[in-house]
Write a protein that binds this ligand. Structure first.
Ligand SMILES: NC(=O)c1ccc[n+]([C@@H]2O[C@H](COP(=O)([O-])OP(=O)(O)OC[C@H]3O[C@@H](n4cnc5c(N)ncnc54)[C@H](OP(=O)(O)O)[C@@H]3O)[C@@H](O)[C@H]2O)c1
Length: 427
């Protein structure tokens, strides 16, 4: 083994006040490769129970420039905040940019990803390792700090294994719960699918249902005449396409098909189009609707036995699948609706893209629900309300979000958050 715990030496240190609290910044020299790992130490970590520890690999674009392509900046913030709120812990900042391939190669890989490759295939196409990081220096830094046992904040199975190989005990694994943004969701899913990372969006399961829409600052989905194209800007539209690519199905109400004739395919970013689902109790969907006629992705029309059987055959003749549900197709909860319409056992992901009725649709319990959307411009009060009557009488019954945040994207502000579990029963 090349990594020995004696491989680093302290070069210098000083107090580093940050927005989340006071850290001690200790810069090390790595004797094997000349790099300079940094330990950000908060509180007394040499004694007491195993401290919270995060190994963070440098990401110039994410950490410094706050790029939305990755979750690095978000994870750095979350880790420092978690350490500060516990009162003790260490963040080891490792100078291995771009999973160890360096900045120039990382940007080369980004260019290939823009052409449709995922993060793993892009590295492979450049003849570069998928992940060239190593954690021997981090183990040596921890030993120097007197830390032999840690509660490791990570979703990456390589990190605990590497620390253990280098003599550090993992007393616990703590998931890092940086919230994915819709721009980086496909990247995070590739990491999960291909590198075995866990995507932690809620501390429990990944949300099965995402509700996404664009609204005006005063909460309108469209003008009084139903015009909604486009409330949000180009960047937000790309983001909407990224969301489509990262869900198995996208659902809209028939009102949206009649008003906008949407295609609901993925066109502005690389990725596969989801199955398109239209909730349409009486089969008002026009046979010329683009999602029936373009053949670019499978389409399912969820209807009821109130629909005329002849109409049903006409819709089926376009190539769409018609699923007849009992009662109100959208009233029985997303999970059941999804299972019924997609034949999935209940773990497929659904993007609800509007309109107003579908966004507001009542649901019973079910999986964590993520809500996001672009906010821009102003309309008058006769525009179509994005969120209608929720029948909330007391403030304490209001719907609240966890890990809610706003991100500026182009001219829009993007809201992204997960409904608190108690809110889901009434949402
Ligand atoms: N800004 C945005 O992001 C955005 C996105 C999409 C749409 N829009 C706009 O929204 C407007 C359309 O909104 P909308 O409310 O008229 O249409 P909608 O929600 O697309 O469709 C309403 C219809 O869908 C069915 N439905 C959907 N959810 C239901 C539920 N929970 N319970 C019962 N039925 C449900 C019902 O069909 P049945 O009548 O067959 O029962 C209902 O009449 C358009 O102007 C469109 O441009 C804006």
């Amino acid at each position: 083994m090349t990594d020995r715990p004696t491989r680093v030496q302290r070069l210098t240190e000083a107090a580093l006040p940050t927005r989340v609290g006071l850290f001690r910044a200790i810069v090390y020299g790595d004797l094997t490769n000349g790099s300079e790992p940094v330990a950000l130490v908060h509180g007394d970590v040499a004694s007491g129970p195993p401290p919270l520890v995060r190994l963070h690999s440098e990401c110039f674009t994410g950490d410094v420039l706050r790029s939305l392509r990755c979750d690095c900046g978000e994870q750095l913030d979350q880790a420092m905040a978690a350490i500060a709120s516990e009162g003790r812990g260490v963040l080891v900042y490792l100078r291995q940019e771009g999973r160890g391939i360096g900045l120039a190669n990382k940007i080369r890989a980004y260019a290939l990803q823009d052409g449709g490759l995922d993060t793993v295939d892009a590295n492979a196409a450049l003849g570069l390792p998928i992940d060239a990081r190593e954690y021997g220096a981090a183990a040596a830094v921890l030993v120097d700090l007197g830390v032999r046992s840690v509660r490791l904040m990570t979703n990456n199975p390589d990190k605990p294994a590497a620390l253990q190989e280098n003599g550090i005990t993992i007393s616990d694994l703590v998931p890092i719960t940086a919230l994915a943004n819709p721009v980086n969701l496909p990247y995070l899913e590739a990491k999960a699918r291909r590198l075995g990372h866990r995507i932690e969006t809620s501390g429990s399961a990944r949300p099965l249902v995402t509700v996404h829409y664009a609204q005006t600052l005063d909460g309108r989905l469209a003008t009084r005449t139903g015009d909604s194209q486009w409330i949000s800007g180009e960047e937000s539209l790309r983001l909407a396409h990224g969301l489509r690519a990262s869900h198995e199905a996208v659902a809209v109400g028939i009102g949206t098909v009649l008003a906008d004739d949407p295609r609901l395919t993925v066109r502005l970013v690389p990725g596969e189009s989801p199955v398109r689902v239209v909730v349409d109790s009486t089969l008002r969907v026009p046979l010329t609707a683009r999602l029936l006629s373009d053949g670019n992705a499978p389409t399912i029309v969820a209807t009821t036995n109130r629909a005329d059987p002849r109409r049903r055959r006409e819709v089926e003749a376009t190539g769409a699948e018609v699923v007849v549900l009992e009662g109100d197709p959208a009233g029985r909860g997303d999970r059941e609706q999804l299972r019924d319409t997609l034949g999935e056992p209940g773990n497929a992901t659904l993007l609800r893209g509007g309109g107003a009725r579908l966004i507001n649709g009542k649901r019973r319990g079910g999986p964590p629900r993520r809500v996001g959307g672009a906010i821009a411009t102003l309309l008058d009060r006769h525009g179509i309300e994005a969120v209608g009557e929720l029948d909330i009488r007391r403030l304490r019954d209001a719907l609240t979000f966890r890990r809610a945040r706003f991100t500026q994207l182009g001219a829009d502000v993007i809201f992204d958050g997960e409904l608190e579990p108690q809110a889901e029963s009434v949402a």
